[in-house]
Design a binder for this molecule. Structure first.
Ligand code: PLP
Length: 375
């Protein structure tokens, strides 16, 4: 089945027909042909994608990506722990909110949504409060599309002897990195982002030692990261509770397709080409990106909304959708924006077609300026 439109959103995103077709079969969750042949292979492949260094393992967790973030924070931070969250967007703020729900003491270093986290502020916070045990930050802040300086913050956390937690939800699989080199203890991502699977579960790639230390600490039964991992380890990939079998099978196919594409480096290049094509074309049409180019990620880009009084996001959105493209509303609180994602089964030729569609959808422009744009 072909899709009626292309999702230019940061997940769920457009998947390949072969990934979707992989779901057309039912699986038993107790058999080797599911657990050993699919789940265990996925777990190994994820670790291999994340790092070349030894000592890492992975665990899959039901739910959307947030469930895996919540499982990690709720399981990794002990009773006397304290979390420092580096916050420059919705997803950083969400980690602080999770800590609040779970009654985990938490401090945030916030730089605002359009600025890079200030590494000196993080250093000062760590120096001022020795009771901090864990540092959490987002890699690509999907709110704006900003790529955050994880190497600097991770190095700082390690210098102070803290456990480092990275939300790489929207970047893992699309941006090369080695979490072992960065000395990251827990890295969280999900099925429906750069690996290009369908939604239904998230995963955590962690140091074996760090995961083992989570035993007995979870603040939730179903989100006990240690118990889920221990079950998978002891039973060849068996999930504690009903696993999203079709989603997992689709994810396996998505991992094969990532390999066929040439791995993370090749996918990164495609996303980058998508993003550069998009930004150049949008500038030509008169749109301005929210962030300085140096802060852009290849994942998603925020653009200022047109200031013309006739412009309405809902109309613009509907016109683009009618032409086969779904774009994404803005999420930045300080500026009126919309966002366009570059990830998923999306190629530079699709972005070229999108730009033509956008030009046709700029209904708020007068006939005169229309000609000016076209000229
Ligand atoms: C998508 C995303 C999440 C998780 O969102 P869910 O809606 O729970 O899947 C978390 N952090 C970042 C940076 C994301 O992009």
């Amino acid at each position: 089945m072909k899709n009626a439109y292309l999702l230019l959103t940061p997940g769920p995103l457009s998947t390949s027909e072969t990934v979707r077709s992989a779901m057309l079969k039912d699986w038993c969750t107790w058999d080797d042909d599911y657990n050993k042949a699919i789940v265990e292979v996925i777990r190994d492949k994820l670790v291999a994608l994340a790092t070349q260094q030894p000592g890492y393992t992975s665990v899959l967790m039901q739910g959307s990506g947030t469930a895996s973030v919540e499982a990690t924070l709720g399981s990794a931070i002990g009773e006397n722990g304290k979390l420092l969250v580096v916050d420059n967007g919705v997803y950083g703020a969400r980690m602080a909110e999770i800590a609040q729900y779970l009654h985990i003491p938490c401090q945030t270093v916030a730089s605002g949504e359009t600025a890079q986290p200030n590494v000196e502020d993080v250093a000062a916070a760590l120096a001022a409060d020795p009771s901090i045990t864990h540092v959490a930050m987002v890699h690509c802040e999907t709110t704006t599309g900003m790529l955050n300086p994880i190497a600097d913050v991770a190095a700082l956390a390690k210098q102070h002897g803290k456990v480092m937690i990275l939300d790489a939800m929207s970047s893992f699989g699309g941006i090369p990195m080695d979490i072992g080199e960065l000395d990251i203890d827990f890295m969280i991502s999900s099925a429906n982002k750069c690996i290009q699977g369908v939604p239904g579960f998230g995963f955590v790639i962690a140091k074996r030692e760090a995961l083992a230390a989570c035993e007995g600490q979870a603040r939730s039964l179903s989100l006990d990261l240690y118990a889920q991992w221990a079950c998978m380890e002891a039973n060849h990939g068996k999930w504690r509770f009903t696993s999203p079998t079709h989603t997992v099978r689709a994810f396996y196919q998505a991992l094969l397709e990532l390999e066929q594409e040439g791995g993370i480096a090749a996918r990164h290049t495609r996303y980058q080409t998508n993003q550069r094509t998009l930004v150049a074309g949008m500038r030509e049409l008169g749109f301005t990106p929210l962030l300085d180019e140096a802060l852009h990620s290849p994942i998603i880009t925020s653009f200022y909304s047109p200031t013309d009084s006739e412009y309405q996001f809902s109309d613009f959105y509907a016109r683009l959708k009618a032409q086969g493209f779904v774009i994404y509303p803005g999420k930045v609180s300080s500026a009126d924006c919309f966002r366009i994602g570059n990830i998923g089964e999306v190629y530079p030729a699709d972005i070229e077609r999108l730009l033509v569609a956008i030009r046709g959808a700029m209904y708020w422009q007068t006939q005169d300026s229309d000609t000016a744009v076209l000229a």
